[in-house]
Write a protein that binds this ligand. Structure first.
Ligand SMILES: *Cc1c(COP(=O)(O)O)cnc(C)c1O
Length: 398
């Protein structure tokens, strides 16, 4: 049995998305910048895809820039906003401590260039409050960037409210919506979003393609210089097959969003209930205000990496943090941000579901995780100390 529960890392492409790409590698392979009919056919497809994607998020097609994915979109959004701020003498940026590294590392770079960064604390439930944002905004704030949903603990942020506050104070608002797309409704108008990042491979589209939405009138600084593609905002021949796959995947996920969300939520809650029965365990992030498919637990007295390997042996693909930080021994910055101490943050497990996940897989997973945690504790010196009272439990439970 192979059970894929790492959909926050990447997803399997749908048949529709794959089928949508094929003609653009085979018959309609022209360069959209070419003036001949083959090129123009590609240019028309590109324009049409831009329109369809814009519609899914309530944007105008002019606001859609195709990029290589979420990381690039985040980088360009932040660097562009910083440049706009710079011109007005505004060099203060507000974000949160639990953003994706594509945001955090770009902020570090801006800090070295003289920008002042305020990283808001995240509450233990993994939610940032609009009031925190309001209180942090200053005269010289040029950007607020807060993710829509967190990639590790799945918590959903009150972005509409945050956007409203930013609008009122004339501060640009960017949101990394990479995890939200396909699972939560996105409407840039209604949600007061100025800039937004998406990545196709997180919603069953191809890898290496994404969008940066920027409301008309917000000048974007190109990260890649060259030709005049994408209205001068990003040089390089457009990746049309990937764009077509992304458009198909986004439309498909938006069309089925409510029913898939309901189905996945039901399974998620069964998984949470099952894993909560493991003693000295804790669910990370708010139980209700989280992505339909996200489950993230800490188990006292074990190492997340050992748990992953045992689960992999049982055919379950899981994660102990974000893929980018796995492989390093540092505990997740997200779990530290919500106040988990190092010892506990090390024993974390993230399971992320998709519409392909079945009830049987969830039952099997609950049993497999329970057995694996039992086994790892039976050979853990830390656990022995806890049981013998030589060390205090951090997580309560029976
Ligand atoms: C995956 C992810 C990214 C990076 O997207 P890529 O397309 O892989 O570059 C950025 N932000 C969040 C929240 C993500 O989950």
């Amino acid at each position: 049995m192979k059970i894929y529960l790492d959909n926050a890392a990447t997803t399997k492409m749908t048949k529709t998305a794959i089928a949508a790409m094929l003609p653009y590698m085979d018959t309609i392979y022209g360069n959209p910048s070419s003036l001949h009919s083959s090129g123009q056919a590609a240019a028309e497809a590109l324009a049409e895809a831009r329109q369809r994607i814009a519609q899914c998020i309530g944007a105008s097609p002019e606001g859609i820039l195709f990029t290589s994915g979420g990381s690039e979109s985040d980088n360009q959004a932040l660097l562009s906003a910083a440049q706009i701020g710079q011109r007005k003498g505004k060099r203060h940026i507000i974000s949160t401590a639990f953003e994706h590294h594509a945001v955090l590392h770009t902020l570090k770079k801006l800090e070295k260039e003289g920008f002042e960064i305020t990283l808001l604390d995240v509450h233990e439930n993994g939610i940032v409050l609009p009031e925190q944002v309001a209180a942090a905004i200053r005269e010289d704030t040029c950007l607020v960037t807060v993710m829509y949903a967190n990639n590790e603990i799945g918590t959903v942020q009150p972005i509409e409210k945050i956007g409203e506050i930013c609008r009122a104070k004339h501060v640009l608002f960017h949101t990394d919506a990479v995890q939200a797309a396909g699972h939560l409704e996105i409407d840039v108008q209604k949600q007061n979003i100025d800039m937004l990042s998406l990545s196709a491979h997180k919603f069953h589209g191809p890898k290496g393609i994404g969008i940066l939405y920027a409301e008309e009138g917000i000048p974007l600084t190109p990260l890649i210089e060259g030709g005049a593609q994408e209205s001068g905002r990003r040089a390089g021949t457009e990746n049309i097959p990937a764009v077509m796959g992304m458009a198909a995947a986004l439309e498909e996920s938006c069309r089925h969003l409510p029913e898939h969300a309901e189905q996945i939520c039901a399974l998620r809650d069964k998984l949470i209930a099952g894993l909560s029965r493991i003693p000295h365990s804790i669910l990370n992030g708010d139980a209700a205000r989280r992505l339909p498919g996200n489950v993230n637990f800490c188990f006292e007295g074990i190492e997340g990496e050992s748990l992953l390997l045992l689960l992999d042996d049982k055919g379950i693909c899981a994660s102990s943090g974000s893929a980018c930080t796995s492989g390093s021994l540092d505990p997740s910055h997200v779990l530290l941000a919500i106040g988990r101490v190092h010892d506990i943050a090390h024993g974390s497990l993230r399971l992320t579901l998709s519409k392909e996940t079945t009830e049987e897989q969830i039952r099997y997973t609950v049993q497999a995780v329970t057995d694996a945690v039992d086994y790892l504790r039976s050979i853990s010196p830390v656990w022995r100390d806890l049981v013998n009272g030589r060390r205090e439990y951090i997580l309560r439970g029976e």
